[in-house]
Design a protein around this ligand. Structure first.
Ligand code: SF4
Length: 367
């Protein structure tokens, strides 16, 4: 076993340099963890910056004007991100999701997407390439994103009411521009379009039915996300959570719905369809109905730290291996060693004792 002590530009979040097995085994394309969960999805945060200050994710009180975002030199280059994506694909990753912060604020992100669009599984199948955005830049960028190979998008939209939306993004950004971005994405052929709404009691829960009314029959899939205790700065309280069961009941009282089978094992959102055929909605219930048992997601921060859970408190520094002269086989072996001992199930273990942990900020490792 060999280990190098490579200096780390940013000590914000602890990340040891992973061990590299002496005799790396070739990836099998089917890497599983201690709970038999396959490594299937890689979420890549391409920036820790965002042009919004959503109160449940990047509150201004913490991410103010003097907040020290990561220096450019510490960010993975597009070539490094693409190299890692290929290594993860060899381990069985079939889906890449670009996140942030806000991924579309990363300069020249279209070039990265073009590079990732060329990455395939060991059988030569292009990976499922998607992106989660706040939609603020979508109207301007949708066509270019589609042209370089992005297949679909998920847009975060927490309210239709302009006043509430502006208050939740806390930068006075108008909802009309995000709705225009969604239309532009559809016109550009980014399909299907998913809409993510984080529901916080007393803030936007009365927007549940108006959002359902607006998107039903549109072909766009609206998902309601329970307010989560991500990171360590959003002031999470259980009282602010609207359980998915209540969300389903509220919608069902106006637009009758019924549950339907997941599209695939490990799908995050629980699917419900309108009985009148006007499409479906999704419920993402990390707090009241944990889905850790089917969690196939790894997360890569914008400076190359690997996290095996959204609620992690520490990661592993893959950038040190990339810049430390290790080859792909060695990096693959290191990732294999990390995932094979993975045992994360934070949402199943959530309790008063866990919510106080210094968890990684969602704006840093992407949702
Ligand atoms: S809490 Fe962690 S292990 Fe559970 S579903 Fe979320 S990311 Fe996966």
């Amino acid at each position: 076993m060999s280990e190098r002590n490579v200096p780390n530009a940013d000590r914000r979040y602890a990340a040891a340099v992973p061990e590299v097995p002496d005799r790396p085994q070739a990836p099998t394309g089917r890497l599983t963890d201690r709970r038999g969960r396959r490594l299937h999805d890689l979420r890549i945060s391409v920036t820790d910056r965002c042009n919004f200050r959503c109160t449940y994710c990047m509150p201004k009180a913490v991410f103010g004007t003097d907040y020290a975002f990561l220096p450019q030199a510490s960010l993975l280059t597009f070539e490094e991100i693409t190299r890692l994506a290929r290594v993860f694909a060899a381990h069985g990753v079939e889906k890449l999701r670009l996140t942030g912060g806000e991924p579309l604020v990363r300069r020249d992100v279209e070039r990265l997407i073009g590079m990732l669009a060329a990455v395939t599984t060991p059988n030569g199948v292009p990976l499922d390439l998607t992106l989660t955005t706040n939609g603020s830049l979508l109207a301007r960028k949708a066509r270019a994103l589609r042209e370089v190979g992005l297949q679909r998008v998920t847009v975060s939209l927490d309210a239709l009411d302009d006043k509430i939306f502006r208050a939740m993004n806390d930068v006075d950004f108008p909802v009309a521009d995000v709705l225009a971005g969604i239309d532009a994405a559809e016109a550009a052929g980014l399909q299907p379009i998913k809409i993510n709404m984080v529901v916080k009691r007393g803030v936007n829960d009365h927007e549940i039915v108006p959002m359902a009314r607006h998107f039903r029959g549109s072909g766009r899939i609206l998902r309601f996300i329970e307010f989560m205790d991500v990171g360590a700065s959003n002031g999470w309280r259980m009282n602010d959570v609207v359980p998915s069961a209540e969300i389903a009941r509220r919608i069902g009282e106006v637009f009758p719905i019924e549950p339907v089978e997941p599209n695939y094992q490990g799908e995050v959102a629980e699917r419900w369809r309108y009985l009148d055929g006007q499409g479906e909605v999704g419920l993402i219930s990390s707090v009241t109905q944990p889905f850790c048992g089917g969690c196939t997601r790894a997360r890569l921060s914008t400076e190359g730290k690997l996290f095996t859970c959204l609620f992690a408190t520490a990661g592993k520094d893959l950038r040190a291996l990339l810049r430390g002269g290790f080859d792909d086989a060695q990096i693959a072996a290191a990732i294999g060693a990390i995932w094979s001992v993975r045992d994360d199930r934070y949402s199943e273990l959530r309790s008063a004792a866990t919510t106080g942990l210094r968890k990684i900020e969602m704006s840093y490792i992407g949702g």
